[in-house]
Each structure stands twice: as C-alpha cells, then as structure tokens.
Design a protein around this ligand. Sequence first.
Ligand code: UDP
Length: 331
Amino acid sequence: MRVLVTGGAGYIGSVVVEELVRDGHEVVVLDNLGNGHPEAVAPGVPLVRADLRDRTTVEATLRERGIEAVIHMAADSLVGESVQKPGKHHDNNVGAGLSLLDAMVTCEIKRLVFSSTAAVYGEPAKQPIEEDDPTVPTNPFGETKLAFERALPWYEAAHGLRSASLRHFNAAGASERCGEMHDPETHLIPIVLQAAAGQRDRVIIFGENYPTPDGTCIRDYIHVIDLARAHVLALAGLENGSRIYNVGCGGAGYSVLQVIDAAWRVTGEGIPVKMGPRRAGDPARLVASSERIQRELGWEPTLGSLDDIVASAWKWMQSHPNGYASGHSAD
Ligand code: UDP
C-alpha cells in the first residue's frame, strides 16, 4: 500500500516507517521537523517537509504520491509542556490533525491509523486498563489526543473515513538506526542511561511512597519496534472497520527502581539515584490490557523483556553518542 506517515521523522514514527518498508509498503514521510530529524527517516523514503496546516502541500502530496492510507504520528507529546502551553498542544494535536483529516476527505483517502496515548485514561479506574474504561485525561496532552480520537467517528459517519486509534503505553528502546533522545530529556529510560554513561550526575526518583510494592511508580514499557508493528497490523485491520486499541506489554509492569536495576544489569555501570518529590499528574500504576489487539489482529509483544528494551536503548546511545548528526534529535 502507498502510505503517508505524518511525524515519520520522530522517535516512534521513524520506526513505524522502517517496519512499513520491511513489509513492502511504499512510504512517504510528511514532517515539519519541529521535533523530528531527517536522518531518522529510512533511506530511500521521501521526506516532505511541511506543516499539517499547509493544506496545499498536504493535498498535493496525497494526490501526487497516490497515497492510499495515512498513519498519523505527528504531535506535541511532552506532558509537562502541554500543561504549560495548552494552546500549542490544542493547535498542533487537534487543529493541525483536523486539517489533515479534511485534506484526506478532499482527496478521498479513507484509511487512517492514529497514534494515541494511554494519557487519555488519566488516573485509571482499574488495572490493567481496557479500552472501554473511562477516559478522563489529567493533562492537555491526553485531552488533545482524546479530542482527535473523538472526531474520528464523526468523520466516518460523514465521509466514510475508517480509523484505528492506538493508545500507546510507554514506548522505549531503539531499532538499529532510530532511537530516543529529546531535548530536554524527560523520559525515564534515556535519563537513567545518561546517568550510567556519566552524562548526568544522578537520576531523581519522582516519589517513593506510592501504593506499589517498592513505593515507586509502575509503567508498562513497550519496545518501540513492537509498537511500530502494531501500527502496521492496524493498517491491515482497517478492512474490518474502525477500532480503538491499547498497545502495551501488560503483565505487572515495571517500577522506576526496577528500570534502574535493569539499566545497572545491562550497562554494568553504577547509577547514582536520589529520592525526590512526586511529579505532578503521575498516576501510581499504568498497565495496559492489550487483549483486544492480540485477539483481533494477532499482535504480540516479542521484545517485551525490560532488559532487552533497555539494552537496545543503550546500544543505540553508544552508537550515536551525539544523537543524530546535527545534534537535534527525534521526538
Ligand atoms: N521518572 C522518574 N525520574 C525521572 C523521569 C521519570 O522517577 O527523571 C518516573 C516518572 O515519575 C514515571 C516513570 O518514571 O513514574 C516514567 O516516566 P516517563 O516520563 O518516562 O513516562 P510517562 O509514564 O510519564 O509517560
């Protein structure tokens, strides 16, 4: 299939592109490079540098490249920033997203896979979280992703646009070529590995008195390649209708201390830690039930061990000591 990936120069998007290419799809990336990096785009895949609000360029790309489906990954994704700048997140995640949908309608493209987030659930009602559980976002990032998700059935009713929304849990790890490095970095695994590499003094653990076995927060870490595979399967699954899927590894999840232990095992380096206060808006435990996507699409996490995830991130960091060449790295 000929597929447009918006945000395909970003951390997760670049790996989605790799997996699409591996499966024989023809891929075009559209990215404004606000967060992404051109080097993250797989070799041979055309990159159109444009904003989603640029209807002329987006429609020309859809038409001229003969696009049959869109995987929409482009977004602002930093929770802290979303709290500080709710307007920016609404503008990029809802406004620009709707502009993309309208361009798709104009060009009669009726297949969409949307990268959503576990943040749509907010403080979850129960664990593991299922797709029909209440969605009560606690920050603008989750709110804007949910707003876009909620527009989709209306576009389907009016224009026949089919969609799959994938609610990601904690993407982590790296492929051979593509890895995670933000500026500033806020995510746990890269921060822990930077401490192991001596690039930062210590890891601050955000809270030690949560109602979890070791007192630190538990998350569902999923290898970015497994997450990318879910997007490719969801694209094929659109033939059966519109769906919403959680994508995580499930099980018990891993605490902050377990992640630090894994990084110590993988790197062999001591990792200085310091206990700090809780971070605002952090739920104690977020673990997915991915039973629906496993049952309906046959998806399974194959790279789910925490040590393997951390090892792949460590390998990427060592082979890319300065991130991508320009020093500005994929989001
Ligand atoms: N965390 C931490 N110290 C850090 C960064 C993160 O203790 O320097 C914790 C954070 O409170 C959360 C978990 O690690 O419980 C994962 O955080 P991350 O930002 O990677 O992902 P999130 O779950 O917020 O999307």
